[in-house]
Design a binder for this molecule. Structure first.
Ligand SMILES: Nc1ncnc2c1ncn2[C@@H]1O[C@H](COP(=O)(O)OP(=O)(O)O)[C@@H](O)[C@H]1O
Ligand SMILES: [Mg+2]
Length: 256
């Protein structure tokens, strides 16, 4: 198993945001995480990505406990999380953002110790290699035509896609996506769907949060549903979405 999460719990003071959550991810899958607002979805992914430290529980990545690593160390292992709203620099272009995001790739290429030697210029060949890599990822994310546009000129969907593209430059084996479809229009969602299927066919395993069920219902092979921080259903996505407790969590018991 690529990722194995066991009895994961996170408390903020008196509030238990994530409660005893357990699930696994196999290489090559698309896993969905559903749940209403406040159900603990973002906190769960932030714990896996090392952005938050668990109160208790274990996160195994290829069998090794990563629950005490920094986000940078986790990303270096091939586990990368994108943000619901990427923080971009309005006055920088798409390709300039991509160059900033290359730092992990550079570090992996050279070893962290040698990063210092980069100051004052990159070794011959490496910057050309990175530009090639950037072009590949931009094409994969359908951003090639916006290469030289300022981030300020991007649509909301374009901004979020740039966030995904920047995550891809870290060469993730598992990409964790926090509500990539939220706020997008119909065409942007269709575009996102196609991009994510392409990422999967390029060998990236995906774990995707969605708050609404439509988009991810079609995409995810398997899903878990959270409510008040706990897993209330898991398994085949269509079964999870039809589960009585999941319907009740979304609509309230009366409607279920
Ligand atoms: N840093 C934090 N400090 C205190 N409470 C938090 C923090 N982050 C999240 N929470 C709380 O934890 C619960 C789960 O939040 P979150 O994981 O963001 O839910 P979701 O992503 O499913 O909407 C919510 O009640 C939220 O208010
Ligand atoms: Mg969230």
């Amino acid at each position: 198993m690529l990722l194995d999460v066991k009895s994961l719990t996170k408390r903020f003071g008196g509030l238990t945001a994530v409660s005893n959550v357990a699930f696994g991810i196999e290489r090559g899958e698309i896993i969905g995480i559903f749940g209403p607002n406040g159900s603990g979805k973002t906190t769960t992914l932030s714990l896996i990505a090392g952005i938050l430290k668990p109160t208790s529980g274990v996160i195994l990545w290829k069998g090794n406990d990563i629950s005490n690593l920094s986000p940078f160390e986790v990303a270096q292992q091939g586990l990368v999380k994108t943000f619901q709203n990427p923080q971009l620099f309005p006055e920088l272009t798409v390709v300039e953002h991509m160059r900033i995001a290359c730092h992990l790739h550079i570090k992996r290429e050279l070893g962290i110790g040698r990063l210092r030697t980069l100051i004052g210029g990159m070794p011959v060949g490496l910057d050309r290699l990175l530009e090639q890599k950037i072009d590949q990822v931009l094409a994969l994310c359908r951003l090639s035509s916006q290469r030289n546009e300022h981030a300020a000129a991007l649509s909301y969907g374009g901004e979020k896609m740039l966030g995904v593209a920047m995550g891809m430059l870290c060469e993730p084996e598992l990409l964790l996506l926090d509500e990539p479809a939220s706020g997008l229009g119909h065409d942007e969602i269709a575009n996102l769907d196609a991009v994510l299927r392409d990422l999967k066919s390029h060998g990236v395993t995906l774990c995707i949060i969605d708050h609404k069920v439509g988009f991810l219902g079609r995409l995810a092979d398997r899903s878990i549903a959270l409510h008040h921080g706990a897993v209330i259903a898991s398994g085949k996505t269509s079964d999870v979405l039809a589960d009585e407790s999941v319907v009740a969590a979304y609509l309230g018991k009366k409607h279920a």
